[in-house]
Design a binder for this molecule. Structure first.
Ligand code: NAD
Ligand code: UDP
Length: 319
């Protein structure tokens, strides 16, 4: 297939590029670098099956030649207002990527009669009142809260994708991605995995927001990419959760990182930095991914964190 992938210079986008190329596809990457990084694509510069277009997906998209698939991953993704790369500091950009960007990529897919895959998120469930989260849960989202620019853009995009599927015959897919981590995340976008690992490698205490009892379920990037690839090849048009169902509190997660890095600086509590709308509990129900795609994660947390720590060490120039 010849595939357009928006958000190609980001964390997930660059790993997806690698997988799609390894599977023998041709990839056209698109990104405007608002949160992404050229370094993530440097290794592909000489790959004859990879081309790159610098472009903002909120503007009309033109790609020369026939496309067989369009994957829309372009969007800021960190909720942390302390980082300039967090979506609270890019509110209009985030809403545009998840509205105009979705229109533009859907239209391109339709014109090309290409299959389409949208990168949605567990944030469509908001601060969930049902646990674990199944795809049939409608969510608990504050439409004007501090995460609303992201949550509502993704919810709007899902509605738009389903409208194109139901009324325009578009061949669409929606993946609801739960917290994913691994090499190539920005160290400075404020998400918990790169923040904690960087702090630990610098022998600093890890910054715990709130009481640290909130939970997340962390998926290693290779597992996620495999689930997304299977969904792309499938004929499933309703949303599918992809994530690791092993749930951990942020406190336990921090202790694990300190243990794996040998950091003795402990924890630094920021009870007031509890971000508004910060989901209390999050864990995917992956029954649909298991039955429809034959997928489940293979990399456990310690193994994944060990790989991520090694890659961040290298990024920080440490041996
Ligand atoms: P990222 O910030 O590393 O990557 C996003 C990429 O999109 C960046 O390269 C950025 O420059 C690009 N981008 C943003 N707006 C753009 C625009 N208007 N035009 C062109 N490019 C634009 O984040 P990520 O973690 O790789 O997330 C990728 C996608 O997956 C996002 O849509 C995100 O919502 C979704 N997602 C990620 C996670 C996760 O845990 N990583 C969880 C849920 C959903
Ligand atoms: N968090 C934290 N310290 C940090 C960064 C994040 O305690 O330095 C917490 C944050 O409040 C949230 C969880 O870790 O409860 C996951 O945050 P992240 O930004 O990675 O993603 P989210 O799942 O909230 O979108």
């Amino acid at each position: 297939m010849r595939i357009l992938l928006t958000g190609a210079a980001g964390f997930l986008g660059s790993h997806l590029c690698d997988r799609l190329l390894a599977e023998g596809h041709e990839v056209v990457g698109m990104d405007n670098f608002v949160t992404g990084n050229r370094e993530n694509l440097v290794h592909l510069v000489r790959n004859k099956n990879f081309t790159f277009i610098r472009h903002d997906v909120s503007e009309t998209i033109t790609v020369r030649g026939k496309l067989d698939a369009v994957l829309h991953f372009a969007s800021p993704a960190s909720p942390n207002p302390a980082s300039p790369f967090g979506y609270p500091n890019l509110p209009v950009e985030t809403l545009k990527a998840g509205s105009l960007g979705t229109f533009n990529t859907l239209d391109l897919a339709r014109i090309n009669q290409a299959r389409y895959l949208f990168a949605s998120t567990s944030e469509v469930y908001g601060d969930p009142l049902e646990h674990p989260q199944t795809e049939t849960y409608w969510g608990h989202v504050d439409p004007i809260g501090l995460r609303s620019m992201y949550d509502e853009a993704k919810r709007f995009s899902e509605a738009l994708v389903m409208a194109y599927f139901r009324s325009k015959g578009a061949d669409t897919r929606i993946v609801r991605i739960f917290n994913t981590y691994g090499p190539r995340m920005r160290l400075d976008d404020g998400r918990v995995v790169p923040s904690f690992i960087q702090q630990a490698l610098c022998s600093e205490p890890l910054t715990i927001y709130g009481d640290g009892l909130q939970t997340r379920s962390f998926c290693y990037v290779d597992d996620l990419v495999d689930g997304i690839y299977r969904l792309l090849l499938s004929d499933e048009h309703l949303p599918v959760n992809i994530g690791n169902p092993t749930e951990t509190s942020i406190l336990d997660f921090a202790e694990t990182i300190n243990r794996l890095t040998g950091n003795t600086a402990g924890l630094d509590y920021h009870p007031d930095q509890r971000l508004d709308n910060d989901p209390q509990r999050r864990r995917p129900d992956i029954s649909r991914a298991r039955s429809l795609l034959g997928w489940e994660p293979k990399v456990n947390l310690e193994e994944g964190l060990t790989r991520a720590i090694a890659s961040y060490k290298e990024k920080l120039g440490m041996k």
